[in-house]
Ligand binder design. Sequence first.
Ligand SMILES: Cc1cc2nc3c(=O)[nH]c(=O)nc-3n(C[C@H](O)[C@H](O)[C@H](O)COP(=O)(O)O)c2cc1C
Length: 190
Amino acid sequence: MDVFEAIRNRRSIRQYKPDPIDNKTVEKVLEAAHWAPSWGNQQCWRFVIVRDPGIKSEIADTLNKITVDNELVENAAASSIRQAPALIVFCAEKTKAGYGVDGTPQNDKGEYWYMFDIALAMQNLSLAAHALGLGTVIVGGFNIGKVEKILGVPAGCTVVTMTPLGVPDQKGQVSPRKQLSEVIIKNKFS
Ligand SMILES: Cc1cc2nc3c(=O)[nH]c(=O)nc-3n(C[C@H](O)[C@H](O)[C@H](O)COP(=O)(O)O)c2cc1C
């Protein structure tokens, strides 16, 4: 699939078929995630593959209400996590992105650069999954501390985000974008 086509037609998928996905396919999309660029090529990401329905359900219980179109609503991704055969949780080693090999910050606002690297990996995974006919939805509205406990995330590492991965049971709804001209600034903010 052409990269522009994948970018334009990927949609967040919140309903999944129970159809299984084999390990090879999961590995293929994780390989795409792993080829993302990262700060100093430090590859701070760690991908947890959760297939156990009990653990998926515990994680789904940590999802918060989220704001959609200015309204506080149940996080639809909770049922997606229960339905999909796999959940990929993106964790990060905290003091890699934004830091030098000697541990010194390399940017005046460097504390959270791992979010950037994880986002790049997540976007690669989402596009690769879409190209294979699979669905994803990036999940941010959840309790990080609870998920870290459930997964036994070690000190120095944090959970950042996650996505269910599975065969879509819906055609993704198009969320319209602002006019491009609204988000482009020429030379300077005035
Ligand atoms: C950082 C981030 C966090 C998100 N968190 C959630 C979430 O908790 N639950 C959910 O249903 N969708 C979540 N989404 C998906 C967005 O709602 C979705 O990407 C957006 O509405 C655009 O739709 P599209 O992905 O179909 O283009 C999140 C997306 C991003 C990038």
